[in-house]
Design a protein. Structure first.
Ligand code: SF4
Length: 344
């Protein structure tokens, strides 16, 4: 088994420590970060402006840390689901969603998830491990369409706010000039509303924020999302009201639609009251059935009706097109529970 440490995911500061320990010249750190994040090499031997000796010393203790996907599935609609090995013999999934005007990658931030949302396959998997910043970045770098990507969403497996240190570090690498130079306006991070971490995210990052709403009513949301017992959606929205997000930064609410459960006129009223005056938009999402769940999805016609009602109330609402359902890449369907990697 290879116990060498990954360079991918390290900041310039951390790379300086690496070169100091190896007694290499200080400027080697910025050369390495350039190879990792701008030239996007997969191996230390490709860092050709480092001396052979420097490369050999690095290779003794380190690897770049890129992993290639173990499996790629393609949907009839062009969506692709990538399976990546993660540490401790586990796997994660990422979904590549090509559309006419944008090419989006949905990345995972954890293996599994501990939040237990009723409608989510990842929640059923339970929590298995945190991903490192390098493992998050690897998903962006190691898909076939890496150079075509225009947007990133942290909406894959896991709750990003439950692994915030690594998520923030990955965002720093993605958006820094020394890193991959992404605009934070092309990145959207989702949360079910873990308030203390959400505050830190708002203060330390400039990426867009998407909140999983799913019901404006306490009892009902508790049944769907256990987090409501700790951080209620009312308190999440009150917290958001404390911040000035400027015109560039977007707050959106994700709303999965369940037939007869959260798609009534009363819910339109409840949402309107909850979000009154907050500059935001709502995305309505089709529920994709999961095994052993009594929940059923709302019909497309009813979803459009719901969107129209909210739009009439002045809340910009769109119905999000469902993608990748046939390969279990659609929202709420990612799971790697049954997959365990064999030891190398
Ligand atoms: Fe976790 Fe998100 Fe699934 Fe809830 S919806 S269980 S937070 S991955």
């Amino acid at each position: 088994m290879d116990n060498r440490e990954a360079l991918l995911g390290k900041t310039p500061e951390e790379l300086r420590q690496v070169v100091e320990e190896l007694d290499l010249p200080g400027f080697t750190a910025s050369q390495i970060s350039n190879w990792l994040y701008q030239k996007k090499v997969a191996g230390i031997e490709e860092m050709t402006n480092l001396s052979k000796k420097a490369r050999a010393m690095l290779q003794d203790k380190y690897v770049v840390g890129r992993t290639t996907p173990s499996r790629v599935q393609t949907s009839v609609d062009g969506t692709k689901k990538y399976l990546f090995p993660a540490h401790r013999n586990l796997f994660i999934e990422s979904a590549y969603i090509p559309e006419e005007n944008r090419k989006t990658l949905c990345v995972s931030s954890q293996v599994g998830c501990k939040m237990g949302c009723l409608f989510c396959m990842t929640g059923k998997q339970g929590f298995q491990a945190q991903l490192s910043a390098g493992e998050i970045i690897n998903q962006v770098l190691s898909i076939e369409e890496s150079d075509q990507l225009s947007n990133l969403v942290y909406m894959g497996m896991g709750e990003p706010m439950d692994n915030l240190d690594q998520v923030l570090k990955s965002l720093q690498i993605l958006t820094s000039e020394w890193g991959m130079g992404w605009s934070p306006r092309r990145i959207n991070v989702s949360t079910i509303g873990v308030i203390p971490a959400m505050r830190r995210f708002i203060e330390e990052s400039e990426a867009h924020l998407a909140i999983s709403l799913h019901s404006p009513f306490d009892e009902e949301r508790r049944r769907l999302m256990p987090i409501q017992q700790v951080y209620s959606i009312e308190n999440v929205v009150e917290t958001l009201r404390e911040y000035d997000f400027g015109r560039q930064r977007r707050i959106s609410f994700e709303y999965i639609m369940f037939d007869g459960l959260n798609d009534t006129p009363n819910h339109v009223k409840g949402i309107t009251k909850l979000l009154n005056g907050l500059r935001c938009r709502i995305n309505l999402i089709k529920f994709h059935s999961i095994p052993d769940s009594p929940l059923k999805g709302t019909s497309p016609e009813r979803m459009q009706w719901f969107a129209d009602q909210l739009n009439k109330k002045g809340i910009v609402t769109t119905v999000r097109r469902s993608r990748g359902e046939d390969i279990y890449a659609a929202c709420g369907l990612l799971s790697t529970k049954t997959l365990v990697k064999k030891e190398d």
